[in-house]
Design a binder for this molecule. Structure first.
Ligand SMILES: [Zn+2]
Length: 83
């Protein structure tokens, strides 16, 4: 059984990347249109963090921590300007 964490787990890596905690940012899912904060997304960990829509499971964004950098890639997440 695959379990997920809630989006609050992204607070650390997003703070590293952007300097502030961005998990309260509210965006929409490009697949199903559901809006919510990143903290409400379902996060799966493995090689990095994969945040999925809590409603349809679409990948909203991925975060990969490498030595010296944190790489954030936005996928189906819209309405949020992470910069
Ligand atoms: Zn969705």
């Amino acid at each position: 059984m695959v379990t997920h964490l809630d989006g609050n787990v992204l607070a650390g890596p997003l703070s590293e990347r952007y300097g502030t905690d961005r998990t309260a940012e509210v965006g929409s899912c490009a697949e199903c249109g559901q809006s919510g904060s990143l903290a409400q997304s379902h996060v799966y960990t493995g090689a990095g963090f994969v945040a999925r829509c809590a409603n349809c499971g679409a990948v909203l964004l991925t975060v990969v921590e490498r030595p010296g950098e944190t790489v954030v890639r936005v996928h189906a997440l819209t309405g949020v300007d992470l910069g």
